[in-house]
Write a protein that binds this ligand. Structure first.
Ligand code: F6R
Length: 357
């Protein structure tokens, strides 16, 4: 049940530190080392390219997974929407390996791709929260998310769980390949769990921000670059689906190529800055929208912060920042929906699992 929470979404956001810890535990052996079915790793190592296929929030998690897999394992990784891939299949490499991301394991758009992949005889892995689900049964391999049942239609803890499990998959693949390890994932995920906790402790800040700037706004934009661009795709999906505020996530550098025409007086623009390579440029883009009248809110990571920022995130490993930067955006979506009087857990027109193509 929801316990003392008014909505499952609020409960599921709060569960994320525990989910991170549970994932570490479930992927550790008795010696405390991360471990998974070596056949999965062998199959990935035998491939020349990874294709991640998913929908919605799982698709957005896929982009973070691409970054993790490429940076850690050096295996080229593509991310595709199931509903596009199945009907407009790109030219595949000789030895593709498919990863299906699906919280429910029942999404019809993703399943139709898996059916084709099986017909072609390519190896596949499903990351899902639901053991025994269709995508889990029909793929060659399965890794579980251990996030516990996700009841709210808007996915929160499955997103962070998917990224955490992909970080473990990436590290173990790199190790199996004999590459130097990019990070001690179990240790870094434990730091992430505490960082998420401290952001959740500040939830009133995001409620206030929603009340002041989003509860009556017609539209809103998120901007970021690199890993923060991948994150703002998810931030904007979450906000639009539960609040019904017209929201888009943009690559900050693309603003000046057209999008900036949408900025009016008081248009809320939230910038996410967690990557030091692009921090200066994204901050510059935030200033460009301020000079067009936007209401700018910058969420930055400790070490990259400036006095103008609305919130400073605790620092975590640079490949894992979305696990922490997503939390304010989930809370902003939740509170905006709540204060607009929407049914937070059951947004209009949406179903928890989409079983038609
Ligand atoms: C968004 C949301 C949907 C799902 C999408 C895929 O909050 O919940 O976008 O992420 O329908 O669902 P799964 O992961 O079950 O395949």
């Amino acid at each position: 049940g929801k316990g003392t929470y008014p909505y499952y979404m609020a409960k599921e956001i709060d569960e994320q530190p525990a989910v991170m810890r549970k994932i570490i535990q479930n992927y550790q052996n008795e010696q405390g080392e991360l471990e998974m079915d070596p056949e999965i790793l062998d199959s990935i190592l035998a491939s020349d390219r990874i294709y991640i296929v998913a929908c919605g929030t799982s698709y957005n998690a896929g982009w973070v997974g691409k970054q993790l897999l490429e940076k850690t394992t050096n295996i080229p990784t593509e991310v595709h929407l199931s509903s596009e891939f199945g009907y407009n299949m790109p030219l595949l490499t000789e030895k593709p390996f498919f990863i299906f991301l699906s919280q429910s394991g029942e999404t019809a758009d993703s399943r139709q791709v898996l059916v084709q992949v099986n017909e072609m005889g390519y190896p596949s892995l499903t990351l899902t929260n639901v053991p025994g689900s269709t995508l889990s049964r029909e793929a060659q391999f399965t890794l579980l998310l251990y996030a516990g049942p996700e009841i709210a239609v808007a996915s929160t803890k499955a997103y962070t769980a998917q990224i955490a499990v992909m970080s473990i998959l990436a590290e173990l693949t790199a190790k199996a390949k004999g590459l130097p390890v990019e990070m001690d994932v179990a240790h870094e995920l434990a730091i992430v769990a505490s960082a998420i906790e401290s952001v959740i402790d500040d939830k009133e800040i995001f409620e206030q921000l929603s009340l002041t700037h989003l509860s009556t706004s017609r539209n809103a934009f998120y901007i970021g670059r690199g890993i923060d661009y991948y994150l703002v795709m998810e931030a904007s999906l979450k906000l639009k689906e539960v609040s019904y505020v017209q929201t888009e996530g943009f690559a900050a550098g693309e603003l000046k190529h057209g999008t900036i025409a949408l900025i009016e007086d008081n248009t809320p623009v939230i910038s996410i800055i967690t990557d030091k390579k692009t921090a200066g440029h994204t901050r510059g883009n935030a200033h460009e929208v301020i000079s067009r009248g936007a209401h700018s809110m910058i969420i930055s990571m400790d070490g990259l912060n400036q006095p103008e920022d609305a919130y400073v995130l605790p620092k975590v490993h640079e490949l894992l920042t979305p696990l922490v930067s997503v939390i304010p955006t989930q809370l902003i979506a939740y509170y905006t929906s709540l204060h607009r009087g929407n049914d937070v857990d059951k947004p209009r027109n949406l179903a928890k699992s989409v079983t038609v193509e």
